[in-house]
Write a protein that binds this ligand. Structure first.
Ligand SMILES: [Zn+2]
Length: 92
């Protein structure tokens, strides 16, 4: 998209490039922060709750803010965990 050299921090693809129209009629490339993808269950693929989408919290927030404080919290959903517990208890 643009051939002019931008500042070093914008040369990576950490930020998304978006061409936006300007009020005067021209277009300009804007560097937009990418949204963090939503966490999904590793078994069934369902969206997991209790996990922030805000990259600021993911980067700088406390560990307790980033995933539920439960075994496999932030990895598998509560339904899959309950099913896995049942299977483990019955086979053990
Ligand atoms: Zn699941």
């Amino acid at each position: 998209m643009g051939s002019t050299m931008v500042r070093p921090g914008l040369r990576s693809h950490a930020k998304k490039r978006v061409a936006r129209k300007l009020p005067g009629g021209g277009t300009k490339v804007f560097y937009i922060r990418r949204k963090h993808y939503k966490a999904r269950c590793a078994i069934c693929g369902r969206l997991l709750g209790g996990i922030p989408v805000d990259p600021d919290i993911i980067r700088r927030g406390a560990k307790t803010l980033k995933r539920p404080e439960r075994p496999y919290g932030g990895v598998i959903c509560p339904d899959c965990l309950a099913r896995a517990y049942r299977i483990a208890i019955r086979s053990g």
